[in-house]
Design a protein around this ligand. Structure first.
Ligand code: UT7
Length: 332
């Protein structure tokens, strides 16, 4: 018997209808389309509007569509992991809520928080469950309602983020497809540059924390940028070296979409032609755990069975990593 690997056998995503473009952002804060396009590369982002709607509602749509698209019954799913930093509530896990809304009843489920690297961490975790041989159909969701933690009076962060959800179905294979290798890293000392100050156990919510706007994203952009550029490029190059992959072997880089300049630097470091790099930051901004599945979903038609993909991300924590996978199917 060959080694059991986890292969992605289906992908789906869901984005809210409302488009918040740079023109509208420039009415909220002192910024311009030109600045945002030049420094970050974002034109518009999707925003989830509606009283009481949260990350699970986007996750629900992504997962329902995934089940329909792959002809999978909710009863067949044995595990669902949701990567998010914007859960509906502290507990229960958003993964549990998604399962309930979709009718997944035979699974256990949990959330995983690794910020912008969340999808990679969750994909690798799910892959390890599949490799045990005990799980036949596992779903990984990357979903974030970033608009719930963005201060729309702060020009240094509000142009960057958007809302979205993506989901993949993973199944075991003994063929040479699926998740081949991963390198995942964290450095908690990076937390000082990117975090939310209050609302957790160290500084619970109070009138004071609300008045001081401490429930929004705090980011020291330039410092995060420096770490992101070097670490994302390094970890993408490292997984290539470790697996003896040359740039010509790689069909696609699937990078986290935080800043076009970070994406370009990673692609260059890997020696890739720009047309081999998946990019959709212009239309959605940084959707945190959803960026990578959102890219895969949009490029799905162009993916071929056997294509070598390198997924790479960097985010809050700090967390970062890369995954080497061989695409397992052609879209019918
Ligand atoms: O995914 C999670 C991980 N996060 C990231 O990867 C984000 C990494 N960081 C970045 O992408 C970039 O640092 C930002 C996009 C956040 C900022 O771009 P930057 O080129 O690093 O700008 P900066 O912070 O160095 O600011 C340059 C100037 C400043 O003005 P002065 O001091 O030079 O007069 C800022 O006040 O740009 C100003 N500025 C803006 N101007 C117009 C900052 N934000 C804006 C804005 N519009 N929205």
């Amino acid at each position: 018997m060959g080694k059991i690997r986890a292969a992605i056998t289906g992908i789906n995503a869901w984005v809210p209808e409302y488009r918040l473009d740079n023109h509208e952002i420039s009415k909220l804060v002192d910024t311009s389309d030109e600045w945002i396009m030049q420094r970050v590369g974002i034109k518009e982002r999707r925003i989830l509007k509606g009283e009481g709607l949260g990350t699970s509602d986007m996750g629900e749509k992504a997962v329902k569509g995934l089940l329909e698209k792959t002809g999978t019954s909710p009863d067949e799913i044995s595990l669902l992991i949701c990567a998010t930093v914007t859960p509906d509530m502290f507990f229960p896990a958003t993964a549990n809520i998604i399962c309930d809304k979709v009718g997944i009843k035979n699974a256990f489920s949990f959330d995983l928080g690794a910020a912008c690297s969340g999808f990679l961490f969750a994909l690798q975790t799910a892959s390890a469950y599949i490799e045990t041989g005990k799980h036949k159909k596992v779903i990984v969701v990357g979903a974030d309602k970033m608009s719930s933690i963005v201060d729309y009076s702060d020009r240094t962060t509000c142009p960057l983020f958007g809302d979205a959800a993506g989901a993949v179905l993973l199944e075991p294979t003994e063929e040479e497809f699926g998740i081949m290798d991963s390198i995942l890293k964290t450095d908690g000392s990076g937390r000082k540059f990117l975090h939310i100050k209050a609302g957790g156990s160290a500084r619970p919510a109070s009138h004071e924390t609300v008045d001081a706007k401490e429930h929004f994203i705090y980011q020291e952009g330039q410092s995060v940028f420096k770490f992101a550029v070097s670490n994302m490029a390094d970890v993408a190059a490292e997984i290539m070296e470790k697996n003896n992959l040359k740039s010509e072997d790689i069909a696609w880089l699937v990078p986290h979409q935080a800043n076009l300049r970070i994406i370009d630097a990673t692609g260059r470091r890997m020696g890739l032609a720009p047309e081999k790099v998946m990019i959709n930051i212009e239309n959605y901004g940084n959707t945190t755990a959803a960026t990578i599945p959102l890219c895969l979903w949009e490029y799905e038609k162009r993916l071929r069975k056997g294509d070598i993909l390198i997924l790479a991300a960097f985010g809050g924590g700090f967390t970062w990593g890369s995954i080497y996978l061989k695409w397992a199917y052609d879209l019918k």
